[in-house]
Design a protein around this ligand. Structure first.
Ligand code: PRP
Length: 225
């Protein structure tokens, strides 16, 4: 029974490899050395497909992959978006927090922008982000008026160029904010990467998926917190 696992290149890929290894799966191809998007593993019936981080939920939801690893930011944004529901497939299952690629979703501004005062005064704040759904929810919950500007990357530039007053983005070490003279003014959500399952595969391939899930679970529990 074959299994397709969707991963994205970079930190998620690098941090998932040791967990897969502990679960008996070794990825044989190095994505840094080849442009191939389907990677072989030591198990003939298990392959890894490389997709953009924000496409992992779509691949898994629609059966392009049985299993995937994606950040909670991407998963929640997908669930809240127009394609996150039941269209063409059941909702994603999210059985395990892998506790990797940890960071936080935050609001950041220029150092000379008084965010708390703007919020207190009920000002309309222009917010640039790729997480428009999560940002909309967050500011609506706080009763803050915002104009959202959708970007696809380099969010830090927006306050520096006058495109926006604030950004909603991931912060890990804080180095990117610091390098661009921005400050974190609000934490929205702690983020880590989760294992996701296609609901049909979870049923039809349960004999194959259950041991993988158990092995990953014990690898996660025994890795440093
Ligand atoms: C994320 C995020 C920030 C940076 C934060 O970008 O968008 O730019 O990491 O990390 P730091 O606090 O350790 O500096 P990423 O590198 O994931 O690329 P992306 O912009 O394509 O998401």
């Amino acid at each position: 029974m074959s299994l397709t696992l969707a991963l994205s290149k970079g930190r998620i890929f690098d941090d998932t490899l040791p967990l897969l290894k502990a679960a008996g799966i070794e990825v044989l191809d190095d994505p840094e050395k080849s442009r191939a998007l389907i990677l072989r593993t030591n198990l003939p019936d298990v392959r890894v497909v490389l997709v953009r981080a924000s496409d992992v939920p779509t691949y898994v939801q629609h059966g392009g992959a049985d299993v995937g690893v994606a950040g909670l930011d991407v998963l929640l944004e997908h669930e809240a978006g127009p394609y996150g529901g039941q269209i063409g497939g059941g909702a994603l299952l999210r059985p395990l927090d892998l506790r990797i690629a940890r960071c936080r979703l935050s609001v950041a501004t220029r150092t000379d922008f008084d965010y708390q005062a703007a919020v207190r005064q009920g000002a309309r704040i222009r917010v640039a982000t790729k997480y428009t759904q999560l940002a909309r929810q967050h500011f609506a919950d706080k009763g803050v008026h915002v104009d959202l500007i959708k970007l696809y990357g380099s969010m830090e530039l927006a306050p520096l160029t006058g495109l926006a007053d604030a950004i909603v983005d991931l912060v890990s070490s804080g180095a990117t904010l610091k390098a661009n003279d921005l400050v974190e003014v609000e934490h929205i959500l702690p983020i880590s990467s989760h294992l996701v399952l296609n609901p049909v595969a979870a049923k039809l391939k349960r004999e194959r998926i259950r041991p993988l899930l158990q092995a990953l679970q014990s690898a996660v529990s025994s890795s440093p917190a």
